[in-house]
Design a protein around this ligand. Sequence first.
Ligand code: F6R
Length: 642
Amino acid sequence: MLKSTIDKATGFEKRFENIGTVVFNNSKSASKEIAQEIASLIKVKQSQKQPCILGLATGSSPKGLYAELVRLHKEEGLSFKNVVSFNLDEYYPMEPDSVNSYVRFMQEQLFNHIDILKENCYVPDGTLSKENIRNYCDEYEAKIEALGGIDLQILGIGGNGHIGFNESGSLQNSKTRLVALDHITRVAASGDFSGLDKTPRTAITLGVKKIMEAKRVILMAWGESKANIIKESAEDQVTSRVPASYLQEHNNATFVLDKAASSKLTRINTPWLVEKIIWTDKLSKKAVLSLALDLKKPILMLTDADYIENGMSDLLADSGPAYDINIKIFNQLQNTITGWPGGKPNADDHKRPERAEPAKKRVLIFSPHPDDDIISMGGTFKRLHEQGHEVHIGYQTSGNIAVADDEALRFASFVCDYNTKFGIENTAATSIYKKAAKFLKNKKSSEIDTPEVRYIKGLIRRGEARATCHFIGLPDAQIHFMELPFYETGAIKKNPIKVADLKITADLIEEIKPHQIFAAGDLADPHGTHKVCLDAVFSAVKEIKHKKFMDDCWVWLYRGAWQEWGIDEIEMAVPMGPDQVLEKRKGIFKHQSQKDGVVFQGADSREFWQRAEDRNKETAGIYDSLGLAHYAAMEAFVRWHF
Ligand code: F6R
């Protein structure tokens, strides 16, 4: 069985986590461990000639687990003949063969690849008439009870703390039932349903009571987006607002996490509050900065008493008094600020984030989508160009999926009308546009765009990206549209990264031989395009790092549209004045297809320029509150050493 890391002897972590948590380096190794526990249970039950009752979940979290179970079946002969499975939930209404049904998900991810008996696989029925649901749910529970209850329940967790589709507000004794889905749950699912308006509003879910009655519960969570809710569920009070927190009262439940999902747990985020630690420079910086922010004091105003009263007396004893520690950390932070992101020519650079030489650098900015460059580092982009560096942009994907149909139709109609006006409507090119326009006018929901339509959508985004580059002042020769093939599925689900993607990336680096590479460093987003694009850059860089020009190449990572680096992580902060903020806004405005309610709005209703400005202002605000200079906004970077 997976061992919780709570130290029974000291009880240290018990002070903060009210449930066992196990942290793995990544979701793959975690999924393997969970699969091992399931396999052992199935075998024990086999030896006792008993059925093994599994409670199963869908979503992105269990995919790696199911892949490993399939492997265990195929390569190690694990049999599922004695397994009876009950899925947690299903959208309602939902046909079982629909692309988004959980029946289909389970068949594709697991059932079709193992020897489980079809009649032993239960998934709530999304096709019932409303009046029959109640009875059906009672029978679903009765079947579980008749088999002696669930032996092992697998769970994911929603961003709001839901388990199954027991949303915030579900009671601990709630039964299996029809529920209304939360807005945040629908937003998370809307990608699969091509938009929020097409996403179901209701679902059938196993109640919290049956989940709590399971003999063993494993909740999995991967990625930074789950970190806050994991902390709340594991450390804060049990509350119906966060149904996963009920598991604190289960006698055999474990949270299995990857590093990113565990990153907000007290013992990981602020380990000095939990146990005696070795004060590395990194930890000291993190601790001092969070102390100052918690106490709302500038760094230089922290006193010995502040350190002592907040679990940092050993740091004070090692490196104090407070004045000395404060000065050291203040200077470190001060040295991250630079208006010269490409290095300051002829300046002493031993404390600056970038090298002074060569004074004119070749810079390659990788932008996963056509607008990430300007949204996430527009101020720095402009400054690099103005300071005389040769800036190239590599647009990694076409971003075509995020263009609305009516926008594409407008452009297709424009071409058709233009060609009609000038008597060239009967050409082959016009007929392609006509075909695309016809398709768009009759498009059914969740129908995948034709290649022509995708091309039009890609062209729209290309034009916008080019407009931004021209606005900054870049010539066409420095704009590179990479169109990485992994992205071109026409659907939200992308292909895995392949040799072709790496080759395009490595070729561009070789062609430019940059002194600086900037890439979107969304390290913890397990499925998103940004992560795949970053993997492509990392792999390409590793592949060619032995080449001479790479000796003089530094890689900087910026964050995508939604997050920023932690203040303690930032290694270069590029400040902006109020006018520069406005200039950046104008650069973002060039992306007209991404304004006024985009296809993938997410839970955040702000426009991209607003998100960018809020985030850059917030970073500047943090520097200011820590007692450093007050700027209008700041863009932040972390260096990646390869
Ligand atoms: C799925 C389910 C949900 C998910 C949760 C997390 O059957 O009941 O509770 O486990 O929404 O989803 P992912 O894993 O996609 O983040």
